[in-house]
Design a protein around this ligand. Sequence first.
Ligand code: IPE
Ligand code: IPE
Ligand code: MG
Length: 234
Amino acid sequence: MEYNKLKIPNHVAIIVDGNGRWAQERGMSRSRGHDAGYHNLKKLGQYILSKGIKVLSVYLFSTENFKREEAEVQYLMDLFLKMFKKDRKFFMDNHIKVVVSGRDEFLSKEVIQARDEMVECTKNNTGGILNICFNYGGRAEIVDATKKILDAGISSEEVNEEVFSKYLYHDLPDVDLLIRTSGELRVSNFLLWQLSYAEFYFPETYFPDFKETDFDQAILEYTKRDRRFGGITK
Ligand code: IPE
Ligand code: IPE
Ligand code: MG
């Protein structure tokens, strides 16, 4: 796909969904689906950030995902630990800056430490930002920002949308394109603030099967959208 003829979003967000169903339909355990999703994410993430997209946010574990069976939650935590520890070289080689959005609560000390080391190690990379949303909830982010604003002693006269944005987990540009794989048509508490004028794209494909060419199709579709932001088309 020739990207120079396409409209390139600044910020793409992906709700990684369908790992479990992908595996179950193949008679495999849900864990195998998470493994397949993880491998696809590395390849696809690298591809996306190599195309001039500046920020890629990926929803990998929601604050609500703790409701799942203990064994699945543990498997996912081990996968995060592996990614934070073993993939530093991968992110360094690809010049990707990793930031993480989410709460510390209910995470192990080991995971928090590995996460923070990954962030520290990649902080000067300039080849695009990968925002990993891990133990993330959109409402939790808004509540946490509000608490920070109050704790900083900011008065109600000083609060506006721009100021508020600075107190979110990261001061990133608004999302231009949201992709949710697996055919589910909902936001599930993802980036509620940042999605306000995002274009939505909902492929049926389960995430482990969502490849580079599928992403190209999403960008083609995005290029055709008329974004009006409340105005009118000239
Ligand atoms: C997405 O796949 C990964 C996480 C939410 C951790 P799912 O695990 O939600 O897969 P389905 O939706 O059950 O198929
Ligand atoms: C959303 O997927 C959360 C992540 C992708 C991390 P879920 O599979 O948890 O969402 P619901 O439960 O179908 O809304
Ligand atoms: Mg799901």
